[in-house]
Design a protein around this ligand. Sequence first.
Ligand SMILES: [Zn+2]
Ligand SMILES: [Zn+2]
Length: 342
Amino acid sequence: MSGGKELRCLVCGGRALIYQPYLGGYLCKEHFVEWFEKTVWETIRRFRLIEEGDRVAVAVSGGKDSLALLSLLSRWRERLGVEVFGVAVDEGIKGYREYKLEALRRLAEELGVEVYVGGFREYLGFTLDEAVEVLAERGMEFTPCSVCGVFRRYIMNRVAREHGATKLATGHNLDDEVQVYVMNILKAHLEGIAREGIATLSGEEGLVPRIKPFYFVREKETLTYALVKGIRTPFVECPYVVYALRHEVRHWINEKASREGEFKYNLLASKEALRGLIGGGGRTTRRCLVCGEPSSKLVCKTCLFRAYLDREYAGRVAEKVAPLWDRLDRETRSILKRMLKE
Ligand SMILES: [Zn+2]
Ligand SMILES: [Zn+2]
């Protein structure tokens, strides 16, 4: 602290813990926790993210955000009148996932909630480590992160649904939202912008409605909250983190935000305005011809990637789609053709 002037909480004058840019000052531990929980509670209420009688599955990624969310929602079970449990995906990443799952099981036991884990091996027939070997052999045409993200969403949804979830809550915070927004802008991916809102509550059959209770809190705030609440997770990073664009975008946004306190909120407001114009989330969902899961295309992205990674599966996909070959999109056709030729 420079100049010997001690930083004080705006509310009580106590010892400062965190700077809150839009308040123009600091909060102490007690008032920060109060502010954080109030913000999340009001987000849930105002946007009707959770209603009485819901069975809320919390998608636990292994990061502190999702663990903080699991802890918070499990404490609010009675107040909300809901049941809460955790769902996680075991991708089979050696030296990473086993440590994360161990930490998750410990926390779940403390909180008195169940955790259900779906594995890549059981749902797809291979682990991510094995998939990455195949991707590498083919010159990394698809990145491990893009393939893994598709598989994870698919498995999370299935595990949540199989355990009767009526909502699937994720730990995405304001920083995640504006980073994805800027990336979607750079790629002119309007469909992505339309899809990524605070909730997908339309409830297409088979797709558990997704909610984001941390939508209005910054990454720094969720991490501080987790720290204050004693939520720990081993410091191991996924070895496949090579998400270059995301990294650059994050850096740029944080740098801008350090000089303009409202920058992230302005980005979020811009995103919401644009979503209003595009018409949020207007995708008609049907069923994948191969696996029967919800999909916007004839063959879902999971089945397409599985076909790309597993020749036997490609044969099965080809058999199913043969009568409808002409109605497939170009990407699906070209991947299948290549797989069958090899
Ligand atoms: Zn205070
Ligand atoms: Zn499918």
